[in-house]
Write a protein that binds this ligand. Structure first.
Ligand SMILES: Nc1nc2c(ncn2[C@@H]2O[C@H](COP(=O)(O)OP(=O)(O)OP(=O)(O)O)[C@@H](O)[C@H]2O)c(=O)[nH]1
Length: 355
């Protein structure tokens, strides 16, 4: 009887302790609510491709915890962010964060438990979107439940299907404190991780074992991935900028050359143009082709015509108003037409327009 009474008393003490823990945990969570607004916004298109993304800083890493129900995802978040272990089951816990130091810089790790997205009132599409926006994944199983381990492979496949390329994944066996009830050996977990080439860890949300290293290494991995992505993007941009600069430069130089000939045309008119030309470009340098465009057909309104002067031959065209004559050897072109195109030594077509 005495013993029963003592057991009764100790049970009350345990319950009181749990209640106290729950109250403390909830009040902490409440004060944190202000900070629990989403730190990042991402706009996806219908195929879950990123259209626009705002992250408050490069150093915020979105980590998604996935796994069967009751494997301890919420408990891992509670232990890691508040250093406390809730003895009660709370399926509603969703998102929190913790700041850590990596290479003497502060990084913010946002942890999210996906189970809240699979309640019947949530559209299924939301689940896909949450996966698509996460930057790192923790696939949790319970070492005391073989079935929770068996589901990991399918979850991993889903992550690879729906997430961006190269997002780090860690397979985590939780409840390692519960050695007596163990159903999944750590070698088995490690073997699966090796097969799908990702990291493996065994942790305990109850006593906090392995959690600090787990998230620190994951954040470092995510940071590395982001830096690699940023480098690739910078390279792509550099190449584009370089190509654009060359294009602009080519356009400007062609434009300048054209302008140069236009000014000569204005100054001397078509008749005297070729007398000035050698001053600009020595005759020997000039190529053997002179093209004359837009002659009689342009003037007569039938569209643009193109004539070319065969080297060494005199070519003459007549229209109602214009006479076009080109003497290749002397590089002489006379035109009353609208436009003359000459192939210069650099291979750039020079056009002289009549205004
Ligand atoms: N012994 C032990 N029990 C744990 C551990 N982590 C969680 N639990 C217990 O496992 C139960 C489920 O934990 P939760 O954190 O609510 O599990 P969950 O994965 O978030 O569940 P859902 O929200 O349904 O997805 C709770 O009763 C916890 O007390 C652990 O490391 N060791």
């Amino acid at each position: 009887m005495k013993q029963d009474f003592e057991t009764f008393l100790s049970n009350i003490a345990v319950d009181a302790q749990r209640d106290k823990g729950k109250r403390r945990w909830l009040s902490k969570a409440k004060t944190k609510t202000k900070d629990r607004r989403p730190a990042s916004s991402i706009v996806l298109d219908l195929n879950n491709q990123r259209l626009w993304e705002r992250r408050p800083s490069m150093k915020t890493h979105a980590v998604l915890l996935m796994g069967e129900s009751r494997v301890g995802k919420s408990s891992i978040i509670a232990r890691y962010c508040y250093d406390m272990f809730p003895y009660f089951y709370d399926p509603g816990w969703d998102r929190d964060f913790k700041e850590v130091n990596i290479a003497s810089k502060t990084h913010k790790i946002e942890l999210e438990d996906l189970s809240t997205y699979v309640t019947p009132d949530q559209p299924f599409d939301l689940r896909d979107r949450v996966i698509a926006t996460a930057e790192g994944f923790v696939l949790v199983y319970d070492i005391t439940s073989k079935s929770s381990f068996d589901s990991i492979r399918a979850i991993y496949d889903e992550v690879r299907r729906k997430s961006g390329l190269g997002r780090p994944v860690v397979i985590v066996g939780n409840k390692r404190d519960d050695v007596d009830a163990r159903e999944v050996l750590s070698e088995v977990g490690a073997k699966l991780a090796k097969q799908i080439r990702c990291r493996f860890a065994e942790v305990s949300a109850k006593d906090g074992t392995g959690l600090e290293e787990l998230f620190l290494e994951l954040a470092t991995e995510i940071e590395g991935m982001k830096q690699r992505e940023a480098k690739v993007m910078a390279n792509v941009n550099c190449r584009n900028v370089g190509r654009a600069l060359i294009e602009v430069f080519e356009k400007v130089s062609k434009g300048l050359e054209r302008l140069h000939w236009q000014i000569l045309y204005w100054m001397y008119g078509p008749d005297r143009l070729l007398r000035v030309r050698p001053m600009v470009r020595p005759v020997e340098e000039a190529r053997e082709v002179v093209r004359v465009r837009s002659t009689e057909s342009a003037v007569s309104g039938k569209g643009r015509g193109t004539g070319s002067v065969v080297p060494g031959k005199l070519r003459e065209r007549k229209s109602r108003k214009n006479v076009v004559r080109g003497v290749e050897n002397e590089k002489e072109v006379m035109s009353g037409g609208l436009e003359i195109t000459m192939a210069g030594p650099s291979g750039v077509a020079l056009q002289v327009h009549r205004i």
